[in-house]
Design a protein. Structure first.
Length: 164
């Protein structure tokens, strides 16, 4: 009787182990069919609302609003990649994104940042200096301000005509 119980316990243990997510992720078939990733929202509800306002502000002047643009799509280190300081400069921008780019005729002209409680003022200042040095003015909008399209359009025009 004892060997039968041992066999049953082993069979149950093997069945449980085979059905565990940990074991499934170890098999090749499971890695192909089960992803450890899930879809994420590209923007929060607040960002989506602001995006609509920004698009409305840009439309009368034929401008476009591009959300979440990688900084490396806008700027590159100007030092030689073979020099020792290149990677330190690259790492300052390589994983960063700007909230929006306002473009005219397909050319980036202005960076728009929607500031909320998650923004770090010191880091934002450093990033603004980098972008300004590359010819991109930065318009910072407080998330709680909820500007109208007309007000936002005026702010965009002011930034585009002001010296850096």
């Amino acid at each position: 009787m004892a060997p039968v119980i041992v066999i049953i316990v082993i069979a149950i243990a093997l069945a449980l182990a085979a059905s565990s997510p940990w074991v499934r992720t170890l098999s090749k078939a499971a890695r192909r069919s089960v992803s450890p990733y899930r879809r994420a929202a590209a923007m929060t509800a607040n960002e989506l609302d602001f995006h609509q306002t920004l698009k409305a502000a840009c439309a009368p002047d034929g401008r476009e609003a591009w959300p979440q643009v990688a900084m490396t799509a806008l700027i590159q280190p100007k030092i030689n990649p073979k020099t020792s300081g290149y990677w330190a400069v690259w790492n300052k921008i390589s994983t960063r994104r700007v909230d929006w780019v306002v473009a005219e005729h397909g050319e980036p002209r202005l960076i728009v940042e929607l500031d909320d409680r998650t923004h770090d003022a010191a880091a934002d200042h450093d990033r603004d200096e980098i972008l300004n040095a590359c010819g991109y003015p930065v318009l910072r909008v407080q998330s709680r301000a909820k500007p109208t399209p007309r007000l936002l359009r005026d702010q965009i025009n002011d930034k585009l005509t002001a010296p850096l």
